[in-house]
Design a protein around this ligand. Structure first.
Ligand SMILES: C[S@@+](CC[C@H](N)C(=O)[O-])C[C@H]1O[C@@H](n2cnc3c(N)ncnc32)[C@H](O)[C@@H]1O
Ligand SMILES: C[C@H](CCN)[C@@H](N)C(=O)O
Ligand code: SF4
Length: 362
């Protein structure tokens, strides 16, 4: 029996996958082998989620940031970038429009904007108010991606209506981390996610690939994500940004990201795994869904003057990054948007039982 068949059989039968197995799968390059891997990932997804996919609206409401991450267009020392900060009225209107369009969740994301975060009570309060207002206006589940915030602020954001906290480590290789997130300690970033879990929040953890990482790093990250008990796990390929230290890095081929998505699905069959529109836009969606993703993130309303993160403008004004824009592609893949009720049921189950089952890994 081929090595690939043996490993995939193990995964499909829920038995343990070793680190060696993971490395083998992550590094597959032959189209036929990759197809086989993605097929197994789709089977796993189908068993748990049927053909239903969740849709997340993305509101990047402030692109000001106090940090200097070397991969990010919005790092504080990038003078190329035009920044904006939406008012709370604008944020509520945008979130309302996204809700009307049929998304299942609103992701409120910002740079680590000093106006909200620099140790001032009134800034923290403003952020909490934003969450409250969006909750009142939409009644939808909310994810917040504000970077690292004080613990008490996170607790109050949860009370204001945020079920989810997203904060990506990018890598769990500490040496590489220290070259990516220059002025934020690894431990500090990790600890706030552990704290979020103790609050009973759902947590999204993420892996950035193509920044000098290798397959060993990815396998290690998957173990760390498992330790954290992350409820949503993502990977995105690094997109080099003008005006940043990593601009000259050669962009990675998206095949590797697809392999990581598929391996995540095999290891974490019941978790949410995004296909981000922010890496290759609408044209990269189908392949990510076919690798086993079951959430579409970075749905952005056209004409609201909002940016993406790694692709600040791609496909936004054309209206492709909308519920209407993605639905035909879901159908081409034999998938369909879940109902609000189906998403609420998934959340209830996960929040209610505080599910802790580990990944299928030795
Ligand atoms: C811009 S941040 C927003 C939230 C918050 N400021 C933080 O860093 O946690 C969201 C994520 O976008 C991703 N990102 C940023 N720049 C990127 C790039 N050039 N290519 C790919 N992903 C990128 C990173 O994974 C980062 O964690
Ligand atoms: C990375 C972002 C999410 C932040 N929580 C967004 N650009 C995305 O692709 O989903
Ligand atoms: S990744 Fe987030 S924290 Fe880092 S510079 Fe960009 S917006 Fe700021």
């Amino acid at each position: 029996m081929k090595q690939l068949d043996t490993i995939l059989d193990k995964a499909v039968q829920h038995s343990a996958i070793t680190t060696q197995d993971m490395l083998y799968l992550l590094q597959l390059t032959q189209p036929a082998d990759r197809d086989q891997l993605y097929r197994a990932a789709r089977q796993r997804r189908q068993l748990i989620f049927d053909n239903k996919v969740f849709l997340y609206g993305f509101v990047y409401f402030s692109t000001y940031c106090r940090n200097d991450c070397t991969f990010c267009y919005y790092r504080k020392s990038n003078s190329h970038c035009q920044r904006y900060r939406k008012t709370s009225r604008e944020i509520v209107d945008i979130a309302g429009a996204l809700g009307q369009s049929g998304v299942h969740l609103i992701d409120l994301t910002m740079g680590e904007d000093p106006q909200y975060l620099s140790n001032n009570q009134s800034g923290h309060q403003q952020l909490i108010e934003v969450v409250k207002k969006v909750k009142q206006a939409t009644r939808l589940p909310i994810m917040i991606s504000p970077g690292v915030v004080p613990r008490e602020v996170l607790r109050r954001l949860q009370q204001a209506g945020a079920e989810w906290y997203a904060c990506y480590q990018e890598t769990h290789n500490r040496e590489l981390y220290s070259r990516l997130r220059l002025n934020q300690e690894y431990e500090q970033r990790w600890a706030i996610k552990v704290f979020a879990k103790t609050l009973g929040m759902l947590v999204e953890e993420g892996l950035l690939v193509g920044v000098g990482d290798n397959a060993q790093d990815a396998a290690h990250s998957l173990r760390e994500m498992n330790k954290l008990g992350a409820d949503q796990v993502r990977t995105m390929s690094f997109v080099p940004q003008p005006g940043t230290p990593l601009y000259k890095t050669t962009a990675v081929n998206s095949i590797y990201e697809l392999n990581v998505i598929a391996v995540m699905r095999l290891l974490f069959p019941d978790r949410l795994i995004p296909a981000s529109l922010d890496v290759e836009g609408i044209q990269g969606l189908k392949q990510r869904l076919e690798a086993g993703a079951n959430v579409i993130t970075s749905i952005i309303p056209p004409d609201a003057g909002l940016a993406g993160v790694s692709q600040s403008t791609l496909d936004i004004s054309e209206g492709y990054r909308t519920v209407r824009g993605v639905t035909p592609i879901l159908r081409e893949c034999g998938l369909e948007p879940a109902t609000q009720q189906e998403y609420a049921q998934w959340l209830d189950r996960r929040l209610g039982y505080g599910l802790k089952e580990g990944m299928v890994c030795e």
